[in-house]
Design a protein around this ligand. Structure first.
Ligand code: FUL
Length: 486
């Protein structure tokens, strides 16, 4: 048998191996850690980053001064004198809103588009002599400003005689879904409302058929209902999420129109096997529809809602109802604008960006690609701080002032949710004294400090409990001039 020949002595091989390793060290970063499922879909991630979206309740109720129509209204009552969907879209654009959702049909059954399957629509209205189509004007105005469209199609229908006959009504509902999702281009969210009056006729909705039809007709749509499948209801109409709010939940424990699951919807479930984040719906006024007697909420109320929705890992769906002229009232437009300006004022400057940033450990070491400094860059999703796998115990990240005291009253923390929501408990210390604590973080957690403005040299965020390694994508120290708790 021929003897194999050694071309290099062992020591030379070792040297080559070592230099390959150090080349690795210098030029490659560590790989990202494994995700912790469930994970968001592409469309759910896009939805989450919208932060504020807008609802428009408009229909016969606008003209009859009601919240729930009876279904007996004549289409002739629908007669906006100066409808201009461009004005709606301008108001949305000015408020930094990237998605608007219109009530194509509310519980009264009146359709804002000329449906082939009913006469109870704009066809029977004096508006544009029955030739109008509000849904078309809405989607076109939105598109012209780069805003996405969503539609609400009420399952409960108090007008249509097919309601109460399972097969007939489900066919009718599916036919209308097909119209809405094929005629008007891309629709990014569809809203299935679980509401139904206590005396309503008995009726089973064929949700699985509805959802499959939606998926078949639109590729990047999110389906909203109490139970998802893409976005869940937060469980109240005040715009408040639970102070613990998981985007994960067990969908098998949910059903549409079920009042017993409200607190589960509000907080989600750390052990949930479905990614089903919550949307917080609330109106800028007391009612969903426009009423002469009502006025928009104060700026301080809207900011409170923002902190308790977007600041608790949710998307805020704020309703701004057009009035009988078919325009959004000036006061509402003005309030929305103030709301956006206030948010921009609070968050446009981040005091953490001028700080020295340190952490308990960093994945891959000094230049591993997961440095603490990633928390102050402009990417709030895919660049993040990750601790080392070897680290056990409390994970922390610290922001130290480079000159003088930092003055702030809001702390923003964001997780890299693309790899799963992980943090269960966290605490914030200023110069060693605890100033805030909380449970979940998720896409965005805002702490508006109870004690108001604080001053200090170093801010430490401790991750006390997490599912696996915590991954923090962004941190902000902000000053909110509108917040005065005393
Ligand atoms: C509820 C409905 O009954 C209200 O009228 C409104 O549309 C709100 C957004 O959802 O369930």
């Amino acid at each position: 048998m021929a003897k194999t020949h050694n071309f290099f002595p062992i020591s030379t091989l070792l040297l080559l191996f070592q230099s390959a390793l150090s080349w690795n060290d210098q030029t490659r970063v560590a790989t990202p850690p494994l995700p912790i499922p469930p994970l968001p879909s592409y469309s759910q991630l896009k939805w989450q980053q919208r932060e504020i979206i807008m609802f428009l309740h408009f229909g016969v109720n606008t003209f009859t001064d009601r919240e729930w129509g009876t279904g007996l209204e004549s289409p002739s009552v629908f007669n906006p004198t100066a409808l201009d969907a461009n004005q709606w879209a301008d108001a949305a654009a000015q408020a930094g809103v990237s998605l608007m959702i219109l009530t194509a049909k509310h519980h009264d059954g009146f359709c804002l588009w000329p449906s082939k399957y009913t006469d109870h629509s704009v066809i029977g209205s004096p508006w544009k002599n029955g030739d109008g189509d509000v849904v078309r004007e809405f989607v076109e105005a939105a598109k012209a400003r780069g805003i996405d469209s969503g539609l609400y199609l009420s399952p409960w229908d108090r007008h249509d005689p097919r309601y109460g006959h399972d097969k007939l009504y489900n066919e009718y509902y599916l036919a209308q879904l097909q119209e809405l999702l094929t005629r008007y281009g891309d629709v990014r969210e569809i809203w299935f409302d679980g509401a139904k009056g206590s005396n309503a006729k008995n009726m089973s909705y064929y949700f699985n058929d509805w959802f499959s039809t939606v998926r078949e007709l639109q590729s990047s749509i999110n389906i909203f209902s109490d139970a998802g499948p893409d976005v869940r209801w937060v469980g109240d109409e005040k715009g408040y999420a639970g102070s613990t709010c998981w985007s994960t939940i067990n969908a098998t424990s949910l059903s549409i129109g079920n009042a017993t699951i409200i607190s589960y919807l509000n907080s989600g479930d750390s052990k949930g096997t479905n990614w089903l984040p919550a949307e917080c719906d609330v109106s800028i006024r007391a009612g969903w529809f426009w009423h002469k007697s009502q006025a928009p909420k104060k700026l301080s109320e809207l900011l409170d809602i923002y902190y308790k929705s977007v600041g608790r890992n949710c998307v805020l769906l704020i309703n701004v109802p057009p009035n009988t002229t078919g325009l959004i009232s000036k006061g509402d437009v003005q309030r929305l604008k103030q709301f956006r300006e206030a948010i921009d004022t609070i968050f446009s400057s981040n005091l953490a960006q001028n700080c020295l940033v340190e952490a308990s450990s960093q994945r891959g070491g000094k230049n591993g690609g997961f440095e603490a400094i990633n928390t102050v860059d402009d990417d709030h999703m895919w660049t993040y701080w990750a601790p080392s796998e070897k680290e056990k115990g409390d994970y922390w990240i610290e922001f130290k002032s480079r000159s003088g005291k930092i003055k702030f009253n809001v702390i923003r923390i964001q997780e890299a949710i693309g790899l799963g929501q992980r943090v269960k408990k966290h605490e914030i210390y200023l110069d060693g004294i605890r100033v805030a604590k909380g449970t979940t973080i998720g896409y965005k957690r805002l702490h508006r400090l109870e004690m108001g403005v604080v001053h200090g040299y170093s801010v430490m965020i401790k991750i006390v409990k997490a599912k696996g390694l915590p991954l923090i994508s962004s941190v902000g120290l902000h000053f909110d001039p509108f917040w005065n708790p005393n």
